[in-house]
Design a binder for this molecule. Structure first.
Ligand code: V47
Length: 362
C-alpha cells in the first residue's frame, strides 16, 4: 500500500475533512508531492462542482494598448505614437462587436490599457451602446485598476462610479489588475499601479451593489510562496465578508518582450502546484479557472486534474494580451466542440455556462 500522505498527513486530512487550513499549513502543504496535491484539490473541486467543468462562448474587446501605467511584466502596452499602438473609436469597437455577433457568444469581456483621457462617462456610453446592440450578451468589463482610475478622474466615490456603470449595463467585473498584493513585490513589478487596497476596495464595493467579480494572481516571477499565500488569504477574507467572487484565475507570468524577460518562466509542475493550492486554500470560492489562452490548451486541460473546474471561453481570436507575452496560441480560438472534447478526455462533464455560471440551455 502506498503512503500518499507522508509528512503531510495532518494538513492533508484537514483538507479531506473539509476544514479550513491556515496560512502556515498552506505554506507547508505547497511543497507536498504533486500526486497528493492533485488528490486534495480534486476532492475540493468535486465537492464544489461534482463532475462538471464549465466553459462559455465569449469574445474580448481590448479598446486600447495605451496605458498611463508601465508595469514591468506587461508586453501589451505601447506609448502614444508607437507604430503598433491602438486606440479604437466607439465606431471601431462596434464594428468588432458586429463581427463577433454571430459567434453565439453569451459574454463580452472588455479589458485594455488605462487610457490617459477617457473617463467614466465615455465608458458608460460605450457599455450602453453595446447593450442596445446585443442585449442578450452579458458585459463583463474593466479591471479594478481601470475602474479606480476612471472613477477617480470623474471625482466620484467607488460606490457612485460603479452604480453609473451598472446602470449603463455592466454586469460583472473581471479579475485582472490584482497582480500580487504584497506591497514590496508590487512596487518592484508595477510601481505606479493602483495598490492592493484599491483593488480590494473596488471589488468590495462592487459586491455590495450586487456585481459579481473574479480575482486573479500573477505568479511565477519574483514572488515567493509566502507572497502567493498572503494574496490568497486577502481574497479569502474578502470573500468571507461579501461572497461576491465567482472565480479565481491563477495567471502564470509569460516572459516574451517585457522588462522582466530575463526571469524566464516557471515549469508546468509549478503551474499545477499553484492551481491545486488555490483550490485548496480558497474554500469559499465557487470556481477556479484554467485560462487556456495564457497556459496553452494542453496545460489548461491538465489543470482539470489539479482542481480547476472552468476553462473560460471560446475567445474567437479576440485577445492579444497573452499572445504578445509569448503564449502558445498566436490566434487564440477554440470551438465549443473542441472545448467539450478536451473536458471529456480529462474525465469530466462539459457544461456550457453563462457569465453567472447558469447552464446554457441548448
Ligand atoms: O492583470 C499581463 C495579466 C491580466 C502578463 O476575470 C500577464 O475572467 C502573464 O485578468 N504574463 C489581465 N500575465 C487578464 C485578466 C483575465 C484574463 C482572463 C479571464 C479573466 C476573468 C481575467 O493579465 C493582468 C495581468 O495580471 N498579465 N501581462 C504577462 N506577461
Amino acid at each position: 500500500m502506498i503512503d500518499l500522505f507522508g509528512a503531510y498527513r495532518e494538513p492533508a486530512e484537514k483538507v479531506l475533512r473539509q476544514e479550513r487550513i491556515s496560512r502556515s499549513e498552506a505554506q507547508y502543504l505547497a511543497s507536498a508531492p504533486l500526486s497528493l496535491l492533485s488528490v486534495l484539490a480534486t476532492s475540493a473541486k468535486e465537492r464544489k462542482s461534482g463532475k462538471s467543468v464549465f466553459y462559455n462562448r465569449n469574445f474580448h474587446v481590448e479598446p486600447t494598448n495605451l496605458c498611463v501605467f508601465n508595469c514591468r511584466f506587461c508586453s501589451y502596452r505601447r506609448p502614444a505614437g508607437a507604430p503598433d499602438a491602438w486606440d479604437y473609436s466607439v465606431e471601431e469597437i462596434m464594428e468588432q462587436i458586429e463581427a463577433h455577433c454571430r459567434s453565439g457568444a453569451t459574454e463580452i469581456h472588455i479589458v485594455g490599457g488605462v487610457h490617459p483621457r477617457k473617463d467614466l462617462y465615455y465608458y458608460a456610453d460605450l457599455i450602453r451602446k453595446i447593450r442596445e446592440r446585443i442585449p442578450s450578451v452579458a458585459v463583463k468589463a474593466f479591471t479594478a485598476i481601470e475602474l479606480a482610475y476612471m472613477i477617480d478622474k470623474a471625482g466620484l466615490s467607488y460606490h457612485d462610479g460603479l452604480v453609473i456603470l451598472k446602470e449603463a449595463g455592466m454586469q460583472a467585473i473581471p479579475g485582472g489588475g490584482a497582480e500580487i498584493f504584497d506591497e514590496k513585490i508590487r512596487k518592484q513589478i508595477c510601481p505606479e499601479k493602483g495598490s492592493a487596497e484599491t483593488w480590494l476596495a473596488v471589488h468590495r464595493e462592487a459586491h455590495r451593489i450586487g456585481l459579481k467579480s473574479n480575482a486573479t494572481i500573477l505568479y511565477g516571477h519574483i514572488e515567493q510562496w509566502a507572497d502567493r499565500i498572503d494574496h490568497l488569504d486577502r481574497l479569502r477574507s474578502l470573500q468571507d465578508e461579501t461572497g461576491g467572487f465567482d472565480a479565481f484565475i491563477p495567471l502564470k507570468y509569460r516572459n516574451l518582450h517585457n522588462s522582466m524577460s530575463e526571469l524566464g518562466e516557471v515549469s508546468v509542475v509549478e503551474d499545477m502546484r499553484m492551481m491545486a493550492m488555490a483550490r485548496i486554500y480558497l474554500d469559499n470560492f465557487p470556481h477556479i479557472k484554467a485560462y487556456w489562452p495564457m497556459f496553452g490548451k494542453t496545460t489548461a486541460q491538465l489543470a482539470l486534474a489539479f482542481g480547476a473546474d472552468d476553462m473560460d471561453g471560446t475567445i474567437d481570436d479576440s485577445t492579444k494580451i497573452y499572445s504578445m507575452a509569448g503564449a502558445e496560441d498566436r490566434k487564440p480560438s477554440m470551438s465549443a466542440s473542441e472545448m467539450e472534447r478536451m473536458i471529456r478526455d480529462a474525465g469530466y462533464e462539459p457544461v456550457e455556462r453563462d457569465t453567472f455560471y447558469h447552464p446554457v440551455k441548448k
